[in-house]
Structure formats: structure tokens, C-alpha cells
Design a protein around this ligand. Structure first.
Ligand code: ASP
Length: 319
């Protein structure tokens, strides 16, 4: 695929039984809006990082996804948000974890990268920095949606009755991510999430951890979604790019190896999107569905949800 290219996901773990046709249609519309917002940046000659931030901001604002508004709830009934991004051209990165008042955590992660000497900030400190940087803060109630609240009530009930599906994708889905290849041939990656429903105090998943949920270098960019603990242990996003860089693997083989072999073998599940500097991209996952899409130079958005939906341009055949 010729540059520019933007590839996004809105989370693995989508199950047909878990969403209504209207919810699916709304999610697809938001994915298309995110693709168009990112594409507008690339078309204007802006760097890949601008496209990643623009696309993720749209998805954070859309209540269908588990990031920004519509984030899942912690065990204590709160929303604690994580996000990160990485610039493949410079190797710079920024991340935030456990923030409760930042409307768009991806913009704060970017400020950490560009306006501080640090890579990662958490909790109250990150919010103090957000205030300093005039990043938009909101009342924590802004993030609440009834659907996510009911998901927490269900998870709490299942846990109390000893029937918790701790091993299943039901506890997550809707994390968002974006990868871009700009006209200069530079890559960038970003990921944003509310984490996993019913997560305990201070739990941080893979999304804000550089190398686990997000990674980009000169040749490869990755954003992951799934059972974060497994992605952290596998250093999944970095592992995919390392196989491209050091083992000479194609991005398709590298991403498939980590997402379809290593993660399930270890007992985890989820998906990822991966984009190479030659414009090849691949969107593997091992759950029933993954919200995903891409847009190329012609500005036409392509979106898919289930494993059975073929996605034109995806290097992987639909299962
Ligand atoms: N990976 C995220 C986490 O573990 C969840 C997700 O992808 O939906 O926090």
C-alpha cells in the first residue's frame, strides 16, 4: 500500500452476542470517522503522530469504545484510563496510566512525550501535569455509560457466585489504537484504554506500556488489544517489531506468530494491528471479532468487525 496509510482498531473481544445491530452500526460509524480524521492530517502533509492522535481522540470521544468516554469500570466503580504513543522516526514515546479526569488521555501521553523529560506519568502526578499543560480535564462522571456500568454489575455478580469468566475476552473489549505511515515514510503508533472491567486498585495493563501494547520504530508499528497481562509478559508489540528487525520476518509472519501462536499458547487472547514502512499491514486476532479498519491514499475508509468479515488490504486472509 502506498503512503499515507492509517490503520486502527477499536478492540478485540467483540462478541456477536454482546452487541446489538445498532451498537455495531454506531461503532462502525465511529471507526470511519476516526479514519477520516486521521487521514485528513496525513493528506495535509502532517506527521504520522498527528494522524494517530487525531484518530484516537475521535475513538476516545465515542462512547462505544473502552477508552475515554465509555471506558470500563474498575472493581470500585471508577474509570481509570491508560494511554501511550510512540514515534517511530525519533524513538520518542509518552504514556500515562490510571488517570481519572483527563478527557483525552492520548493527548496527555503526547504532552508527556513532547513537553516533559519523562516517558510515563501515572495517577495524580499525571493529572497535575495535565493541568500545567492546559489539557482538558472533566468530572469523572463524564466517562460513565450505562452499558459499562451494567457490565461491571454483571462481573461483580459472577465473581460473587464463583462463575467469573476471568479467562475470557468478556472482561475487555473496545480498547482503541492507531498506526500511521506518513508521506515521509515515518511510522507512529498509539493505544488508549480503560483497561479491563472489574480491574483492581492500581492495575495497569499493556496499553500504556511501551513495548507491550504500543511500539514503533523505523520499519514497524504495532498497537495491541486483549488480555493485557499476557501482552506485558510477551512484550508483544516490541516482540513483533523485533522479529521484523532482527529475524528478517515479514510483518505478517511476525504479528501472526505473536498474536495467533504465542499469546494463546500462554493462555491469553486478543489481537493487534501492525504496519510496516512499506505500507503492508496486518490485523490478526484470536477472538470472535475485533473492531478494525484502515484508510489509504484514496481516502476511502474500510472497516470490519468479525473474523468472518474479509477486510480488503489486510495481509491476513479472513478466517
Ligand atoms: N489490553 C487492555 C488491557 O489489558 C484491554 C483491551 O485491550 O481491551 O488493559
Amino acid at each position: 500500500m502506498d503512503a499515507p496509510v492509517l490503520v486502527i482498531h477499536g478492540g478485540a473481544g467483540v462478541e456477536r452476542a454482546g452487541i446489538t445491530p445498532k451498537e455495531e452500526a454506531d461503532a462502525r460509524a465511529s471507526l470511519e470517522a476516526a479514519l477520516r480524521a486521521g487521514h485528513a492530517q496525513l493528506k495535509a502533509g502532517k506527521p504520522a503522530m498527528d494522524a494517530v492522535a487525531a484518530a484516537i481522540t475521535v475513538l476516545e470521544d465515542a462512547p462505544q469504545f473502552n477508552a475515554g468516554r465509555g471506558a470500563v469500570f474498575t472493581h470500585d466503580g471508577k474509570n481509570e484510563l491508560d494511554a501511550s504513543l510512540m514515534d517511530g522516526a525519533t524513538g520518542k514515546a509518552g504514556a500515562v496510566a490510571g488517570v481519572r479526569r483527563v478527557k483525552n488521555p492520548i493527548l496527555l501521553a503526547r504532552a508527556v512525550m513532547e513537553k516533559s523529560r519523562h516517558v510515563m506519568m501515572v495517577g495524580d502526578g499525571a493529572e497535575a501535569f495535565a493541568r500545567e499543560q492546559r489539557i482538558t480535564l472533566v468530572d469523572p462522571s463524564y466517562f460513565r455509560t450505562e452499558k459499562r456500568w451494567q457490565q461491571l454489575q454483571k462481573a461483580l455478580k459472577e465473581e460473587a457466585s464463583g462463575q467469573a469468566r476471568l479467562d475470557r475476552a468478556l472482561n475487555y473489549f473496545g480498547t482503541v489504537g492507531a498506526l500511521a505511515l506518513d508521506a515521509q515514510g515515518h511510522l507512529a503508533a498509539g493505544t488508549s484504554t480503560g483497561g479491563m472491567t472489574n480491574k483492581r486498585y492500581g492495575r495497569v495493563g499493556d496499553a500504556p506500556i511501551i513495548g507491550a501494547g504500543t511500539y514503533a520504530d523505523a520499519r514497524c508499528a504495532v498497537s495491541g488489544t486483549g488480555w493485557g497481562e499476557f501482552y506485558i509478559r510477551a512484550a508483544a508489540a516490541h516482540e513483533i517489531c523485533a522479529r521484523v528487525k532482527h529475524a528478517g520476518q515479514s510483518i505478517t509472519r511476525a504479528a501472526r506468530g505473536v498474536i495467533n501462536d504465542d499469546i494463546p499458547k500462554a493462555g491469553g487472547d486478543g489481537g493487534a494491528i501492525a504496519l510496516a514502512s512499506d505500507g503492508t499491514f496486518v490485523l490478526p486476532f484470536n477472538t470472535e471479532g475485533m473492531y478494525r479498519g484502515w484508510i489509504g491514499a484514496d481516502g476511502v475508509p474500510h472497516v470490519a468487525v468479525y473474523a468472518t468479515d474479509a477486510l480488503k488490504g489486510d495481509a491476513l486472509p479472513a478466517r
